[in-house]
Design a protein around this ligand. Structure first.
Ligand SMILES: [Mn+2]
Length: 396
């Protein structure tokens, strides 16, 4: 098969964006609420604004970030409900959506034209939107497939802008976000990603974006060191909370006044510090417990009703490094629990969840980093099922 020049679907999506922008069609962008999702939303929104400046003034673009704790992973029933009367509308799901078979069907029925730009591997059933980009899908012919979602959105922007007479530097403000989110999602830094990150970090050196300038100034960031970029730019942007389904770091990245940006950046930096302290404390508690009770166990399966959901992934990642075994951490809610899981490189968490899916409400993610939602009454059964799965895999 001949290699294509862009990931499958890129050209079709870019053409659809150009057509929509020309007419100023109504657009909704739904993005995951981590930095990759947020940056994907901003890059797509700013592409529309570059193509048609009217989008910066009117209300024809709406964005929405799901509260994972309440809405789970992927496209939520809530967003479809909330925007039902907007139809007909061009609906984008970025950094999620590939598993949302049911929701996409419903959205189409409601009169939404649907576009998914995702980088997660498909589960058993694949959503069928009107337009799809996901290099992990079957039949992908582009040689590089390890993009962050933002890298794919950037490719759409690059294609669309190449058909207009925007100067080369118009892409820089999109590239700086592409670099940060690709780093944030810990995607392999080779091939296309290497190039996107190098160009994006270069663009970051002369950024005009008030939100980034604020973080750089307040954190006294040395842009030549990766550690500074991770700890002082990416981490605060990732620590942000939602306010009425808008991510605070989205607001920071979109802020036009440096003064406002500094106030907001200050808050995100503080929240990040608090989050780090909670992570540290939770981690210490868990390590103590594991050392005492579970040192020999096959996997770690822990439930708590006070852990903050956004911290689960980070804590699980640290535990997997320490113990080299599957880690499943649950934040227990009233009826349901939300889980973040991390696995050693030789195990596939998504496969484990698929084998136990009869106990799950939703699940998704990548082999080494995935998650699910489960009814509290099913937690013991899920634990048994996972134990069985891993004991087979680990031969004990
Ligand atoms: Mn992502």
């Amino acid at each position: 098969m001949k290699n294509s020049e862009y990931p499958k679907g890129t050209q079709e999506v870019a053409q659809r964006v150009l057509r929509a922008a020309e007419k100023g069609e109504k657009v909704i962008i739904f993005g995951d609420a981590d930095l990759d999702g947020i940056a994907s939303v901003v890059v797509l929104q700013e592409l529309f604004e570059l193509l048609n400046p009217l989008y910066s003034q009117n209300k024809n673009i709406k964005v929405y970030f799901p509260n994972r704790e309440e809405e789970g992973h992927g496209i939520s029933a809530q967003v479809l409900h909330l925007f039902a009367k907007e139809a007909p509308v061009l609906f984008f799901a970025v950094d999620c959506g590939i598993a949302n078979v049911k929701e996409i069907k419903k959205a189409k029925k409601m009169g939404f034209e649907t576009v998914i730009i995702d980088h997660h591997p498909p589960l058993e059933k694949v959503a069928k939107p009107d337009f799809l980009i996901d290099p992990k899908q079957q039949g992908e012919t582009y040689p590089f497939t390890d993009f962050a979602a933002v890298g794919l959105v950037y490719k759409v922007a690059e294609w669309a802008l190449s058909k207009t007479n925007h100067p080369e530097y118009a892409k820089e403000k999109l590239l700086e976000l592409t670099a940060l989110a690709t780093l944030s999602d810990l995607m392999p830094l080779k091939d296309d990603n290497r190039e996107l990150v190098d160009r994006g970090i270069n663009a970051l050196l002369t950024t005009q974006r008030p939100g980034l300038l604020a973080l750089i100034e307040l954190g006294e960031v040395d842009l030549q060191t990766d550690v500074d970029i991770f700890q002082k730019i990416i981490a605060p942007l990732n620590s942000a909370k939602l306010k009425d389904n808008i991510a605070e770091s989205y607001l920071l990245l979109r802020e036009t006044s440096l003064k406002e940006a500094k106030a907001l950046a200050q808050r995100l930096i503080k929240q990040n510090r608090e989050k780090k302290a909670i992570i540290q404390q939770t981690l210490e508690e868990l390590i103590q417990k594991i050392e005492k009770e579970k040192k020999e166990s096959l996997m770690i399966f822990e439930i708590s009703d006070y852990w903050p959901v956004p911290a689960l992934g980070v804590i699980a990642s640290k535990l997997v490094q320490l113990y080299k075994k599957p880690i499943f951490l649950f934040k227990k809610g009233e009826q349901e629990s939300v889980c973040s899981a991390r696995l050693p490189y030789d195990l596939d968490g998504v496969d484990a969840l698929i084998k136990c899916k009869k106990f799950l409400e939703t699940y998704g993610g990548h082999a080494p980093a995935c998650g699910c939602r489960v009814k509290n009454i099913n937690l013991p059964k899920l634990e048994k099922c996972l134990e069985k799965y891993f004991s087979k895999r680990l031969g004990s």
